[in-house]
Design a protein around this ligand. Sequence first.
Ligand code: ACM
Ligand code: ZN
Length: 550
Amino acid sequence: MSGCSGHAVVSEGMPSVVPVPESIVPGDGHVAISHEMNVFIMSDAEGIDYAVGELARLARRIFGDRLDISCSRVSAPDSDDLSMVLPESAGKERCRLMFAVDPSLSPSSYRLEIAPDGIGIYGGDAAGCFYAVQTLRQIVPAEAYSGKRISYVDLPVMTVFDGPDMQYRGLMLDVARHFFTVDEVKEVLDIMAMHKLNIFHWHLTDDQGWRIEIDRYPELTRIGSVRKRTIIGKDPGGEYDETTMYDETPHGGYYTKDQIREIVAYAAARFITVIPEVEFPGHAVAALASYPWLSCTGEQYEVRQTWDIDDRVFCIGKESTFGFMEDVLSEVMELFPSEYIHIGGDECPDKMWMSCPDCRRRIQEENLPSFRALQGYGVARLGAFLESHGRHLIGWDEILEAGVTPMSVVMSWRGAEGGIRAANQGNRVIMCPTEYCYFDYYQSEDIENEPLAWGGLITLDKAYSFDPYAGLDSDVSSNILGVQANLWTEYISDIEGVEYMLLPRLAALAETGWSTGRKDWADFRQRMSSLVNLYDIYGLSYADYAQNED
Ligand code: ACM
Ligand code: ZN
């Protein structure tokens, strides 16, 4: 390859890739990725341009202003053989890359051919091509990102085949306890893309803040998005009293509809679906503070300033509560094209319902066996409403206690038991048990030297040891849609804190979701070096991953 003068970076040996690919087949020789590159695009698949753009952004990171990239569309060959069929004149003196969709590959899968005459990126669809570029990002040696004036990166010839084991590879971010800006949410989406995750579960409402603009109910954001102060540190006695320490700075923020559309589009470009969560019937104080008629008593509450479970929940007896929720969900569905809408359902005490005449009447009229069953009644109504709009409900595993509709998806967080029960009865399940997936827990036993966390301990090896199929009969394992990491933010108030709590445990979760059957802890620890290099290159903060012993 000519035109390659100046500093070169040469890579030897097999690369380290996380999540581990299905196979990496070594070949003979090397190919140079030069700062002068021709990219040929042999596909019109939706999203392919963004995958190509991702390659261009990667190349710019390496070559900076020296990058001279030319992209052109070429037509597909008549035969099935897609391998590097480029016109003779296709810039042989420059480095050549080709993007194509190969129908023999499944969706999101890819074949990355690093061949002597160029690089072929073949995806089952555009998402597959995008994931191939993420793999290439890890194959390029760290030295190439040093910012020195390099002319080319020499890579060993190889073919990588890969594809995800699980269709749902999620991350939940709580923006209610602490608000994160649009740019910060985008950064989280970039981190997800780097780890080949594809579902962003956005926890938008809770006792301590309502974060989504709803036209019909402006008080939700005018009043519900701001709490006037916030508890700091841990409450020493387990109860909040005059000794509890507060940060007296009001905390608030919400996303306008335009900002939400911007984030949904930003995620979609990265092949990430955003699933919104609007909490019902518990974790509702910010909504009740905005519209007191939503509660059992009609009292005027304040947006909550402390953490944990609150007795003040939506009234299930009043019809107006359902009018409100259906209006809110209608606006939510307009903003989010996702198949699933999350309605929360966790940690809902029934204390208020017991002394509410409307709730008591509802029990009688509907012949419900208990106050607890009011939750099932409410969730079933919202599930039917979502179904009538072609969507499906997701709820935390408490929704099982009061009965769920067959199409509802159960998010198993209080261990795997709820998920197993749901899968056995034919419901689809997302596994995110606290024991392995709650990344708001400490990641080291040395908690003196860790930022304040909720409690619990999930070291990297613990996160890695998560088996989402444990305890399941094989005939129902197909009901497990996938896995998710959950990041609650009571004690995480800035984006560096988000990065630190996610990384590197998100890599363990990603490998569980993508390479479920190929996990090997010792091998993963070795391979993590390339991903950690990327964390450094992109300036991300992360916990010391070497501290976990075998
Ligand atoms: C939850 O952690 N309350 C779902
Ligand atoms: Zn009530």
